[in-house]
Design a protein around this ligand. Structure first.
Ligand SMILES: Cc1cc2nc3c(=O)[nH]c(=O)nc-3n(C[C@H](O)[C@H](O)[C@H](O)COP(=O)(O)OP(=O)(O)OC[C@H]3O[C@@H](n4cnc5c(N)ncnc54)[C@H](O)[C@@H]3O)c2cc1C
Length: 391
């Protein structure tokens, strides 16, 4: 996504030089969100980007893994030989974390690539009994599709609640009920001891029969290939970029799931693993590659992060970034079909999570962007538009 968007943004912004897009996967570049939704259910064959690479003069080199980079020599290493560059953009995304001991066990799946989704499609079509490890975003979307396909699903989650790493307990708590409502069994506080063909064994001694096991326990930046390059990596293994998405190496940028950037807006470094970041970041990269006339400031990347998830018949959207010290305010009843949670810092909206309330999201995103002070009494009345709470 971020690689394609960078190439397209370069052309849109008037870059006339050579653009080469190198990717390890053999498929035409494609979009990932449909993989856990329409593609999984067979409602869409694939999700290839609707981009005419040839017309844009973008050369695709597919099925090519890049093995390393030598920034001093301005060269990439591939199995087919070195590739020189003037400017390099790292957009290698993230790779799913594997469940220790489950590798190579038949029937164990990940869900990151089109190949993964294609392997899972017949599992759903045959209405297998499935154990899902991890109740995060991918887990929830997979469970939704598997239940729609008529599979029996048990979800094993080590934490107390779904999305424990992403949302505070009081917000995640109502989401736990969505699993039961969909007819899936959610087992929290449950740790996998081992996986064998046909079953998952838990730490408490229970044995869960499984025709298939789907592992959704997170993803980490795909940067192992940068080892020894001298390009600075952060604590999560991500490429450390500056506010213009430049890395520590000259003429090397990094964007999308593989890179973190300093957020001026939130006063901390952000590592975002969501689609919108892989859409917006590339515009900044392209602008900085093209450069500004002398005297004009370089483009700065300081987005209000945004993502969505479609799970259990609900449209869940989040904008911004919140911390544990922020004030949580509710708009609506979390046991109902539509509600919003807002986070305020010094009276200003910094983040919101909207379930089935896309208007709250659209208005909230603008209020966060503008840093508007909010009236808490109006804000907590779900009958009034969120923008009416602008103090
Ligand atoms: C199943 C699924 C569903 C999702 N749904 C949503 C959603 O609903 N909403 C949302 O906001 N986000 C969603 N996301 C997240 C979103 O898709 C990602 O944030 C986005 O794809 C990131 O783009 P990227 O270009 O950084 O990485 P990627 O899309 O992962 O692209 C990186 C590419 O680099 C290639 N690569 C890696 N290493 C090398 C190498 N050494 N040499 C050559 N090529 C290499 C990889 O093969 C890959 O094709 C979803 C992700 C998945 C997996």
């Amino acid at each position: 996504m971020a690689g394609v968007q960078t190439a397209v943004a370069l052309r849109e912004q008037g870059f006339t030089g050579t653009v080469t897009l190198i990717g390890a996967e053999p498929h035409q570049p494609y979009d990932r969100p449909p993989l856990s939704k329409a593609v999984l259910l067979g409602k869409a064959e694939d999700s290839a980007f609707d981009v005419d690479f040839e017309a844009l003069g973008i050369e695709l080199r597919l099925g090519r893994e890049v093995l390393g980079v030598r920034p001093d020599a301005h060269r990439l290493d591939t199995a087919e030989g070195p590739v020189p560059y003037d400017v390099l953009v790292l957009a290698t995304g993230a790779e799913p974390i594997r469940l220790p001991g489950a590798e190579g066990v038949p029937g164990v799946h990940l869900l990151r690539t089109l190949d993964d989704a294609e392997r899972l499609r017949p599992v759903l079509a045959r209405q297998h009994d499935i154990v899902v490890v991890g109740a995060g975003w991918i887990g929830a979307e997979f469970v939704t599709a598997a239940r729609e396909a008529g599979c029996a699903v048990t979800v094993v989650e080590a934490a107390d609640l779904p999305l424990a790493g992403a949302l505070p307990a009081e917000v995640a708590a109502p989401m736990a009920a969505w699993y039961a409502d969909a007819g899936a069994t959610l087992r929290t506080h449950a740790r996998v001891r081992s996986v064998e063909a046909g079953a998952v064994l838990l730490d408490d001694g229970s044995r869960l029969p499984a025709d298939a096991v789907v592992v959704g326990i997170g993803a980490r930046p795909a940067t192992a290939w940068l080892a020894g390059s001298g390009i600075a990596l952060g604590t999560h293994g991500e490429v450390v970029a500056d506010d213009g998405l430049r890395t520590s190496a000259p003429d090397v940028y990094a964007v999308g799931d593989c890179a973190s950037f300093p957020s001026g807006r939130y006063g901390e470094r952000l590592l975002v693993h969501h689609w919108d970041n892989a859409l917006q970041g590339p515009r900044t990269v392209a602008a900085n590659i093209l450069g500004k006339p002398t005297g004009e400031p370089a483009a700065v990347y300081d987005p209000v992060p945004y993502f969505w998830s479609e799970q259990f018949g609900r449209f869940v959207q989040y904008a911004g970034h919140h911390g544990s010290a922020d004030t949580t305010l509710w708009r609506g009843d979390p046991s109902g079909p539509a509600w919003t949670v807002c986070w305020l810092r010094e009276g200003r909206l910094v983040a919101l999570l909207a379930v089935g309330r896309p208007r709250d999201l659209a208005q909230g995103r603008k209020l966060i962007e503008a840093g508007t002070p909010m009236d808490a009494t109006v804000l907590t009345d779900p009958a009034r538009p969120l923008k009416a709470a602008a103090a």
